[in-house]
Write a protein that binds this ligand. Structure first.
Ligand SMILES: [Fe+2]
Length: 463
């Protein structure tokens, strides 16, 4: 997403300068009207500026092209230790874009300004709840607990809002989508890190070694630094798993020219159908992923049956019918990571009337996600044809789906499918879909299961 600075849209430049201006005004106002004494030397301040600079260099990879730095913990430490204006100065001076030099100036300015602004807001929250209006419960002073929760919440919400909006401006993606795609699950990490920020500030105030709290802080940072390896490994593991499964799916698709890009098309149909059925983005993404791998169990079926040019005997068909359960067996070792999509793999050949396989589930006994993929799978198979069955036209396939509504397919889904179909989606015609998929080659090789997200980095910064 590198862009020459000359091509930055004006609205983004205006937005970034507005944030910088608000941060500067807030900092100046806090300096002029708020407390100035802090009891620290300029060496302490320099140490915290250094910590901010260090934390921005240590990025932890997260799935879907996201990264998270330890900046947040350091900012919270500064929020607790210093008066609001000084905490803002520390962040403004210490923030250096992780890829400084390679990045456009406006990204650095945005990250610096927004991190400074959120620091001001979080520090004000902290200051108000601990100094101006302490909170107590009976005799118990619970200010610190309430203040850490409130200031991390203020920090988190402001940060997320500012970053979501600039991504929305830059990419045109709907705000809600940006939020769901990149940030929702990060909130947990933020609240886990909040107590560490508090702990670090307290450690700085009570030196254990050498009369200086910095040593205690460095010790905590060492632990934090090592925790990133855990996260890195976890993310790498997930990516390795996704790639392995992707390879299996591609191998399966490659075996049979008639089913080329079958999984991709079923995935595209299923995702649209899931959206039409009112499922949220996260579910749509899982369904899309499940649809990509729904036939994974077919790798266990002998080629002589899978690729047989003529009609299958009953015995051969019984073998084919094992592929849903074979798929579950195949994914058994990775079950922990695949739990959500297993019902799709097991039940995508169940029928609404209960005459499907492998479990003969009827109606809503079959997981909704599996019913969605079953419909997508059937439409794709009908329009693809087999060596011994002529491919149906999109119109014929739609008619068949409507005819089988209530017997093979969930009637509600069949109706939704008809509505989608009449909007002329890319997947409606197989040839059109294949042509479009083949022409956007390299990007479709991504190992990410379904991330349509552009390659911007997320978390507390725009990169
Ligand atoms: Fe299947």
């Amino acid at each position: 997403m590198q862009r020459a600075s000359s091509s930055v849209p004006v609205r983004i430049v205006v937005y970034i300068f507005s944030i910088a201006l608000v941060a500067a005004v807030l900092g100046t106002w806090l300096y002029l009207t708020g407390p100035k004494e802090h009891g620290y030397t300029w060496l302490d301040v320099a140490f915290w500026v250094g910590l901010v600079a260090w934390s921005t260099r240590i990025a932890v990879a997260l799935p879907f092209n996201a990264t998270m730095s330890h900046l947040y913990v350091i900012i919270l430490g500064a929020v607790i230790l210093f008066p609001p204006w000084l905490a803002m100065v520390i962040v403004a001076l210490g923030y250096f874009s992780p890829r400084l030099g390679k990045e456009a100036w406006y990204k650095d300015l945005f990250n610096r300004a927004q991190n400074t602004l959120v620091t001001g807001i979080a520090t004000l929250t902290w200051y108000y709840l601990t100094k101006v209006a302490p909170v107590s419960m009976g005799h118990l002073n619970i200010s610190v607990g309430v203040a850490i929760i409130a200031s991390s919440l203020a920090l988190f919400l402001t940060n997320i809002s500012l970053v979501s909006y600039v991504i929305h401006l830059a990419s045109g993606a709907p705000l809600r989508k940006v939020w769901v795609d990149n940030f929702r699950w990060l909130s947990m990490s933020y609240f886990v890190l909040a107590p560490i920020g508090l702990f670090m500030a307290r450690a700085y105030q009570t030196p254990l070694v050498g009369g200086w709290g910095g040593f205690s802080v460095l010790f905590i940072l060492m632990l934090l630094y090592y925790s990133r390896f855990y996260w890195d490994e976890r993310v790498k593991l997930q990516e390795a798993l996704d790639s392995t499964i992707e390879v299996l799916v591609k191998a399966l698709d490659a075996k049979d020219p008639h089913t080329r890009l079958h999984s991709e098309r079923v995935a595209a149909i299923s995702k649209d159908l899931a959206k039409a059925a009112g499922l949220d983005e996260s579910d749509q993404r899982k369904i899309e992923y499940g649809a990509r791998i729904h036939d994974i169990g077919k790798v266990s079926i002998p080629d002589s049956i899978l690729l047989k040019p003529g009609r299958l005997t009953e015995e051969e068909f019984n073998q084919i019918k094992l592929h849903p359960t074979e798929g579950i067996k195949l994914l058994q070792p990775a079950q922990r990571y695949m739990r959500d999509v297993l019902p799709i793999i097991r039940h995508h050949h169940e029928r609404w009337d209960g005459r499907g396989y492998p479990d003969g589930l009827a109606g809503q006994e079959t997981h909704l996600w599996a019913r969605i993929v079953a419909l997508g799978d059937a439409y794709e198979a009908m329009t693809a044809g087999r060596p011994y069955v002529k491919a149906k036209t999109p119109e014929e396939a739609l008619r068949e789906i409507l005819d089988l509504s209530g017997s093979q397919f969930d009637p509600k889904l069949a109706k939704l499918f008809q509505e989608l179909w009449s909007q002329d989606p890319l997947w409606k015609d197989r040839e059109v879909f294949l042509r479009a998929s083949t022409s956007q080659a390299p990007s479709s090789d991504s190992s990410a299961p379904s991330s349509p997200a552009p390659a911007y980095r997320t978390s507390e910064e725009l990169n």
